[in-house]
Ligand binder design. Structure first.
Ligand code: NAP
Length: 300
């Protein structure tokens, strides 16, 4: 497998992932819509490309991690996109979280050019990206996955091939259902504890090792108590994922009552916030209903 990787999308996730590829000895050619971010990575050893097309012309493996489905379509399929430059036999690995169905359509367009595509969305947040500890769920051809495994291993730890094209995205949406289900439990428990006068730091210490413990409680709980809503994972991106879940469920006529409710709560948050807080700001919706603010000692 080539040591030369094209990397598109140097956001909260993409920047540390690209850095980890550099650390692992890959040659990285980077493109970012806001050029200053690619210039920053160029100072760390990458080469900056001026368009996805230019990047794809020289890279047999192209990674994309941008925001949403239309953004992946823009960098891959549009004018000056990856598809205009990429050579037959190359591989595109999309690590964004996007629609499973759109993923299959993009893969079909690339296949017409003799290019394979893996959908390889990630879980583990900004911390997982920085520490190269991401979970990566991969859809696409199994042989292509095995060829690309060393690249993925530079960015993640738990890397599983979960099925054909689009299945990585489907499993990622399962991940998001699990994540928000856990998060709503954590924020409701914190609001309850606050109203009851509990010491929330001690409460988290007491329960995190037991049956109710979780990554969400251990990692996001302390940040919520400190009212640290710096992202992490933007509220808007979480809502984007929940809308993908609800869209896929609607196509199957599948009821998802709990996720649907949380989806509505995020709309409430989007009406009052700018969408750029951490997804754990979900607590603010419950706080409004309850008339109590988590992490305020004077209410204890
Ligand atoms: P982010 O910080 O907002 O970064 C988004 C990146 O995509 C930026 O580099 C942005 O370029 C680029 N981009 C967006 N739209 C574009 C377009 N139309 N054309 C070209 N570039 C475009 O987001 P992030 O947190 O890194 O998330 C990226 C993806 O990973 C999303 O699909 C998200 O759901 C997923 N994800 C995020 C997390 C997390 O904890 N943050 C965890 C798991 C998965 P500019 O710099 O020019 O804006």
């Amino acid at each position: 497998m080539s040591k030369k990787i094209g990397f598109i999308g140097l956001g909260i996730m993409g920047m540390p992932m690209a850095r980890n590829l550099l650390k692992a000895g890959f040659e990285v050619v980077a493109y970012n819509r806001t050029a200053s971010k690619a210039e920053a990575l160029a100072r760390e050893g990458a080469r900056k490309a001026d368009s996805p097309k230019e990047l794809a012309e020289e890279c047999p493996v192209v990674i994309t991690i941008v925001s949403d489905t239309p953004d992946v379509e823009a960098v891959i399929l549009s004018k000056d996109g990856v598809i205009e430059g990429i050579k037959p036999g190359s591989v595109v690995i999309d690590m964004s979280t996007i629609s499973p169905r759109a993923t299959q359509d993009i893969a079909a367009c690339l296949k017409e050019k003799g290019v394979a595509m893996l959908d390889a969305p990630v879980s583990g947040g900004d911390v997982g990206a920085i520490k190269a500890m991401l979970s990566i769920m991969v859809g696409g051809d199994a042989e292509v996955f095995e060829r690309c495994r060393p690249i993925l291993e530079a960015m993640g730890k738990n890397i599983v091939h979960v099925g054909a094209s689009g299945m990585g995205q489907t499993v990622k949406l399962m991940n998001q259902i699990l994540l928000v289900g856990c998060l709503i439990g954590v924020v409701e428990a914190l609001v309850f504890g606050q109203k009851s006068g509990a010491d929330l730091e001690k409460a988290i210490s007491a329960v995190k090792g037991g049956a109710a413990g979780s990554w969400v409680l251990s990692n996001l709980g302390p940040r919520i108590i400190k009212r640290d809503f710096k992202p992490g994972f933007f509220t808007d991106l979480m809502q984007k994922d929940l809308n993908l879940v609800m869209g896929a469920a609607a196509e199957m006529k599948l009821p998802l009552p709990v996720t649907s409710f949380i989806n509505q709560m995020y709309y409430s948050l989007q009406c009052s916030d700018d969408g750029k807080s951490a997804c754990s700001a979900l607590v603010k919706v419950l706080e409004r209903i309850a008339g109590v603010e988590v992490g305020q000692p004077e209410t204890r």
